[in-house]
Ligand binder design. Structure first.
Ligand SMILES: NC(=O)c1ccc[n+]([C@@H]2O[C@H](COP(=O)([O-])OP(=O)(O)OC[C@H]3O[C@@H](n4cnc5c(N)ncnc54)[C@H](OP(=O)(O)O)[C@@H]3O)[C@@H](O)[C@H]2O)c1
Length: 246
């Protein structure tokens, strides 16, 4: 059975990824600080490993015990997002960049020998664009993550490990969908702006991750797949004219 580690798989998109891959028959190990409450239904036999990604020493120990108990991984998916109280600059650096690098370097020689192998990083449009609501650290670390993806795609290629990213536009997830569904003017505006005519959901991104974590993507490496319904192609002036006509 294919073993996949989902980093930040306790909530949001990570949880959806763990669920989608679990249904596809992967054995799932989830890393996060808090196991989700049983009432939310844990994912099809997933094993939860509690650890703070910002604590490098305990992270390495946790990875050791994870591989001992669950076996060598075929895939690692990075879905974590810094959600802390302290300095968001240090927090973003630690949780988004350092933890990703540490996990890859700790496990790069512990992947399964045979079959398809890969790493997927969840990035953001803020790696390339500048937007409200996120601090400079989020922008800078997502940009760094994209380059880390390219670096490891080249470095790990000879080991047969493919490395890719997905870049979702704001998506409806369990935790946030009520906000967008209740905020009708904003929701309607998004639907008008996006060529596919609807907001994204966490399932849309999870399905793209599942594709990249399969032999269907066997010769795809170093790519950043946008999951935005075509929005990034629309010229801002076109959007402005659409909004002005509302
Ligand atoms: N939401 C969006 O619309 C959106 C749009 C574009 C891109 N993204 C990207 O998509 C990914 C998922 O976003 P999301 O909104 O679904 O995130 P989320 O709901 O906030 O979930 C974040 C995950 O990261 C884990 N995590 C955070 N800090 C951690 C730490 N110090 N140690 C261990 N685990 C930690 C959390 O687990 P615990 O709380 O259990 O520790 C949780 O499982 C992120 O990379 C985000 O940047 C999101």
């Amino acid at each position: 059975m294919v073993h996949t580690i989902v980093v930040g798989g306790t909530r949001g998109l990570g949880r959806e990824v763990a669920k989608t891959l679990g249904i596809a028959g992967h054995r799932i190990s989830v890393l996060g600080r808090k196991e989700p409450p049983q009432k939310d239904g844990n994912i099809l036999g997933a094993q939860y490993y509690q650890c703070d990604l910002a604590d490098e020493r305990s992270l390495k120990k946790k990875l050791d015990s994870l591989v001992k108990t669950q076996g060598k991984p075929s895939y690692i998916v990075f879905c974590q997002r810094y959600r802390g109280q302290g300095s968001d600059w240090q927090g973003e650096l630690g949780v988004t960049l350092t933890a990703t690098k540490t996990i890859i370097e700790t496990l790069e020689n512990k992947f399964t020998r045979s079959g398809d192998k890969g790493i997927v990083m969840v990035s953001s449009v803020f790696a390339e664009r500048v937007g409200d609501g996120q601090p400079v650290g989020y922008h800078v670390c997502k940009a760094g993550l994209n380059q880390m993806m390219r670096f490891f795609a080249v470095k790990l290629g000879p080991k047969g490990i493919r490395v890719n990213a997905v870049t979702p536009f704001t998506f409806l997830k369990e935790e946030s969908k009520e906000f967008y569904l209740k905020n009708k003017p904003l929701h309607d505006l998004y639907r008008r702006m996006i060529p596919l005519g609807r907001m994204a959901t966490s399932e849309d991104s999870a399905k793209a991750v599942a594709f990249l974590c399969s032999s269907q993507a066997s010769f795809i490496s170093g790519q950043n797949l946008y999951i935005d319904g075509g929005l990034s192609l629309v010229w801002p002036e076109t959007l402005a004219r659409k909004i002005a006509a509302l």
